[in-house]
Design a protein around this ligand. Structure first.
Ligand code: ZN
Ligand code: ZN
Length: 409
């Protein structure tokens, strides 16, 4: 295992954020997993990193904070916190976020505190969010097991067994086997994604129509100058990086006002420390007009009303049903993995790279091109084994994009 852990840390640092000689690296990591942050730090310095800066997180302390801190602390973000992220980003640092959380850690926390905290972060960290969403800085999200998360995925195992199983599932998902060839495998994977991306971009689709037996019947119009992307991104400084590891998706942005119909989620969604399950949205002219969920409905409603753009959509992503993560037949209760096991959509902010020249556009210009703007961005899964997606070109030609859950292209 030690060899695999080292290979994974190296992969996140050298391929994920693709750290450059003389560049700073900000690592955010659960404090329980300090040993893994140390492996990443070693890998970063070995690659010539100037300085590694660590930002520790702790699920339990975060819960205590939401439960017991004075009420006014949720309405502002202290200046030092804003400057911590924004100053390093402005100076060209890379950001590695190592996820790993109890999916239900914030269950029962006062909804109003969560909403106010999300709003104040959205407002006060806007510059940082923009730098990230426009790929101005290289960033990457990976994950490691924490016991509470592992037990949720493997409830019948002992804690130690569950953690080991989750490790194996994660390492399989990111193509780490311990043979030292993960970097090579990622290169091949990115090439495969690129072939499909090129095909989709050549079609210049006007819209997509989704149907399946869950009841989804949804039409999504795309901006005129939309671009499909996936795999790696390129930062302002020209550095290739991979924002999510694993990543299996090919994505673009929908036209803000161009979605109509009903869409059913195909998997549960972990939203701010609570599980939302069996939900569907009714959407009119891009806006969510109805939300129904069997579990976590209030949470979902709160998230989609964080700001105006939170009830519109920002991402449409295609993932074949027959994919390495889905084929493990696990529910990870973690969006990083679950979104790469199924076609998904996201409500909230769109990525500016999804439109020609978008990285250099202002907020207003992006809006004028039909891209949504919000302080939130939440992916949820809609793909099933019987999902069909039909594309329609501007000349009215219909092209099968997905048949029975998999690419038809
Ligand atoms: Zn996505
Ligand atoms: Zn997304």
């Amino acid at each position: 295992m030690q060899k695999k852990f080292e290979e994974y840390a190296k992969l996140l640092v050298e391929v994920g954020v693709n750290i450059q000689k003389g560049q700073n690296l900000v690592i955010s990591c659960p404090v329980d997993c300090a040993w893994f942050a140390r492996l990443c730090t070693k890998a970063a310095y070995a690659a010539g990193c100037r300085e590694v800066i660590i930002s520790w997180r702790d699920d339990q302390l975060n819960r205590e904070w939401f439960l017991h801190a004075a009420d006014d602390v949720f309405d502002t973000v202290p200046e030092w916190k804003i400057r911590f992220s924004t100053d390093y980003a402005r100076a060209g640092a890379a950001f590695l976020h190592i996820g790993g959380s109890d999916p239900e850690i914030l269950k029962g926390v006062d909804q109003d505190r969560l909403v106010r905290s999300a709003r104040s972060s959205g407002r006060d960290l806007e510059e940082f969010r923009r730098l990230q969403m426009s790929n101005a800085v290289p960033w990457s999200i990976g994950a490691i097991p924490v016991p509470s998360w592992a037990k949720k995925v493997f409830p019948d195992c002992s804690e130690a067994e569950a953690v080991e199983k989750l490790w194996n599932a994660i390492l399989t998902s990111v193509r780490v086997t311990g043979d030292g060839k993960a970097v090579q495998r990622w290169k091949e994977h990115l090439d495969t994604l690129q072939v499909r991306i090129d095909k989709l971009n050549a079609l210049r689709l006007e819209s997509l129509h989704y149907t399946n037996s869950l009841g989804t019947d949804l039409t999504i119009r795309l901006p005129e100058d939309h671009i499909w992307g996936g795999g790696d991104g390129v930062s302002k400084a020209g550095i290739h990086f991979i924002a999510n590891m694993p990543t299996e998706e090919i994505f673009t942005a929908p036209l803000r006002d161009g979605i109509d119909g009903v869409v059913y989620a195909s998997m549960p969604l972990v939203l701010k420390g609570e599980v939302v399950d069996k939900f569907h949205f009714i959407i009119k002219e891009g806006k969510i007009t109805e939300i129904h969920a069997q579990a976590g409905e209030e949470k979902l409603k709160a998230e989609t009303t964080l700001d105006e753009g939170a009830s519109y959509f920002g991402e449409v992503a295609l993932v074949p049903y027959d994919s390495p993560i889905r084929n493990q037949e696990l529910l990870f209760y973690n969006t990083l993995f679950d979104e790469n096991a199924a076609c998904h959509l996201a409500f909230g902010e769109a990525y500016s790279e999804c439109i020609k020249g978008g990285e250099n556009m202002t907020k207003e210009e992006l809006k004028a091109h039909g891209l949504n703007d919000s302080i939130t961005h939440v992916d949820f899964m809609v793909g099933t084994a019987d999902l069909n997606i039909t594309g329609r070109t501007h000349s009215g030609e219909e092209i099968p994009i997905f048949i029975n859950g998999n690419f038809a292209l």
